[in-house]
Write a protein of this length. Sequence first.
Length: 135
Amino acid sequence: MLDENKAMVRRYYDQVMGDLAEIESLVANDFVDYHFPPDTPPGPAGVRQFFQGFAATVFSDMRVEIDFLLAEGDRVDCHFVFHARHTGEMAGIAPRGNAIRLPAISTFRIADGKLAEAWEIFDSGTLLGQMRGES
């Protein structure tokens, strides 16, 4: 079961970095990712809105490189690095085409065979600094 949960998280990142065609098979209708903006709807519609709307207007060439996954009970922690190019305005920072490399950790809760909730930890100061072109 724990290996299946890890595989589900891998498929999630494959989907959100791709076309999201089968996201309904992975996330519950009431799925909430707590790092999405507060006005994001729950479920597959919210995932699409975030990745095809917000994220795609700020970044291009997005990809996730998973370092490792830890699973226990109904939770999976995903340690990964987000790679992208800053190509759209965000937080008042004009795009410069800078390469972004942002380590992060997401925790997913799984219920009834689907992703039910997600939380993410990353250093927003590092992200903003890279967008500004700082070291």
